[in-house]
Design a protein around this ligand. Structure first.
Ligand code: PEP
Ligand code: MG
Length: 590
């Protein structure tokens, strides 16, 4: 019987495939296919890891002090029993043989199957043995990670010919999402998360259909179930009927055709009907995203989220040279086009592994979104901050670099940033390192920044509106919390007024302003933003051509005339409905 689950539509399109359930803590396990010749090798890795863990456990048991509690020995017995249990090892081998999963993936797939069985047990004692199983698997994965080597990776096989796979998890951290840039999944579903959570943002950058906040999905969906993700509607269909499947296959083909049609716009300049030339830029997370940005026809990078270079490193930060190489790679790849590098924006839903006393404070922050986040964190770690500034400055010797500062709210922060930058430049001069003069911009993502933008622009060269946080902080809605996702509304007149005000103020000050939050890549807002006077949009490359198409059909001055009624609406619904009516009118007219 097919079941429908509802969540939040975060990344468009339709994905059809088999479910791969992954526990949140194991999302970062490598997922890749191995070819026929590697199957025995993978099974051997599993066997070696099993023997090693069994030996470890036996030694632990043997060396146990005489006065150790009896439960400890009993616990080790259970672990030894589990490690030799055929339900774990033999079935794991089947995932490797039958599906060509690598050993780690096969093991975590089997863990999910067994964990379900434990969850359904009547007996409480037996049910609680699930934790033991997880610990044993954890040990195995650790041992396998030690032994992983390049020869394994070189035997990766493409997903071609396999059933497409859809990842289902309770949650996926933004840092772990980066794994998927190289993985085999064609879509993903999580129980938790909001539309502009960083997990959702990375999904959009991967351009794979995704639904987050689907609440019970990881409990209801079973390993290997056939799944349809309707990424436009935020719907997940489990075990679809043949008729439904056919309908969604048809829609998949339609959206492929639509993409092919849009790709013809790649070299068309983005100019409105009334002749306004619009700058379309790309948001990237890693330097390796730059070619995708170019492919989509971006005129530069409007937001390089540098914090992704700082994640998944076990607490170790990238040094100046490593950062420099990454920034330089993006700058060189963009071929003379501007690259706007944002200083590290950690905190809230992008935590960093513990590294310093400040992070200890951060971990225990009462409300991380309002705590030591973004520029506040950078300013509290002056050495780290200057290191990043030096790396960014050095990259400017290879192309056009702009510096962007996240979460600015106070003029004093602007001054501290400029002082740190001056110091970093001085250090580079003394070291005889080349760099160019770079523009410095402020992200407008705190209402205070939008309201005092004229003052900030006395010190900053440009501004970029981060609508994701601006909405979060204006409406006091956690952007990553699906429980309040229905109140996270970009159409709220307070949000629209702040954005419009910021654009107007920047234009009066004669400074450049762009939008780099998700609203810039959402076609529902293109005309409105143009009407507000926005002439620079930065978004995921995957959205760029759809936005360009909208721009080509829009008369910006007409929309400027509609602003009064849209911004003055009593509530988000009225503003949204009025904009939709005007969009329909425009479509009919063009
Ligand atoms: C934003 O807040 O809109 C933004 C672009 O920054 P991030 O999504 O990385 O917080
Ligand atoms: Mg932000």
């Amino acid at each position: 019987m097919s079941i429908q689950l509802f969540g939040l539509a975060v990344s468009r399109g339709v994905a059809i495939g088999r479910a791969v359930l992954v526990a949140a803590s194991r999302v970062d396990v490598a997922h890749y296919f191995v070819d026929d010749s590697q199957v025995d090798f993978e099974i051997n890795r599993l066997r070696i890891a099993r023997d090693e863990v069994a030996a470890e456990l036996t030694t632990l048991q043997r060396d146990m002090p005489a006065d150790a509690p009896g439960e400890l020995s009993a616990l080790l017995d259970v672990h030894l029993l589990l490690i030799h249990d055929e339900a774990l090892t033999d079935a794991t081998k089947q995932w490797i043989r039958g599906r060509h999963y690598n050993a780690e993936w096969a093991l975590s797939a089997q863990l999910e199957v067994l964990a379900r069985q434990f969850d359904e047990m009547e007996d409480e004692y037996l049910r609680e043995r699930k934790a033991d199983l997880e610990q044993v698997v954890e040990r195995l994965l650790r041992v396998m990670a030690r032994g992983a080597n390049a020869s394994v990776a070189s035997h990766r096989r493409d997903a071609a010919g396999e059933d497409p796979l859809i990842l289902v998890a309770n949650d996926v951290a933004p840092a772990d999402m980066m794994q998927f840039k190289r993985s085999v999944f064609t879509g993903f579903i999580t129980d938790v998360g909001g539309k502009t959570s960083h997990t959702a943002i990375v999904a959009r950058s991967l351009d794979i259909p995704a639904v987050v906040g689907a609440r019970e999905a990881s409990r209801i969906i079973r390993q290997d179930d056939w799944i349809v993700i309707d990424g436009d509607a935020g719907v997940v269909i489990v075990s679809p009927s043949p008729i439904l499947l056919e309908e969604y296959r048809f829609r998949q083909r339609q959206s492929e055709l639509e993409r092919a049609r849009l790709s013809r716009l790649r070299f068309t300049p983005a100019v409105t009907l009334d002749g306004e030339r619009i700058e379309l830029l790309a948001n990237i997370e890693l330097p390796s995203d730059a070619p995708v940005a170019l492919q989509a026809g971006a005129m530069g990078v409007g937001l390089f989220r540098s914090e992704f270079l700082f994640m998944n490193r076990g607490g170790e930060l990238p040094g100046e040279d490593e950062q420099f190489e990454a920034y330089k790679a993006a700058v060189v790849a963009m071929n003379g086009m501007p690259v706007t590098i944002r200083t590290v924006d950690i905190g809230a839903d992008k935590p960093l592994e513990r590294m310093s006393i400040n992070d200890l404070r951060h971990e225990h922050a009462l409300n991380p979104a309002l705590g030591l986040r973004a520029i506040r964190w950078s300013l509290s770690e002056p050495g780290m901050f200057r290191q990043q500034l030096r790396a960014i400055l050095r990259a400017s010797a290879f192309g056009k670099v702009k510096l962007l500062i996240p979460m600015v709210a106070h003029l004093s922060e602007a001054q501290l940033v400029l002082d740190a930058l001056a110091r970093a430049k001085q250090q580079l001069r003394e070291a005889g390192r080349a760099f160019d003069d770079i523009e410095v911009g402020a992200m407008v993502e705190v209402p205070a920044a939008a309201l005092v933008l004229p003052s900030l622009l006395k010190l900053f060269d440009f501004a970029s509106i981060g609508t994701n946080d601006l909405i979060q902080y204006t409406l006091a809605i956690d952007r990553a919390d699906e429980a309040v996702a229905h109140l996270y509304d970009p159409w709220h007149p307070a949000v629209l007024q702040l954005i419009s005000g910021a654009i107007t103020q920047a234009r009066i000050a004669g400074k450049q302003i762009s939008v780099c939050g998700e609203m810039a890549g959402d076609p529902s807002f293109t005309e409105l933003l143009l009407g507000m006077g926005l002439r620079s949009f930065s978004m995921h490359p995957s959205q760029l051509l759809a936005i360009k198409q909208r721009i080509l059909r829009t008369d910006a001055s007409r929309w400027a005339g509609r602003l009064g009624s849209l911004l003055g609406a009593d509530d988000p619904q009225t503003a949204c409905a009025a904009a939709k009516r005007a969009q329909v009118g425009q479509q009919i007219a063009t």
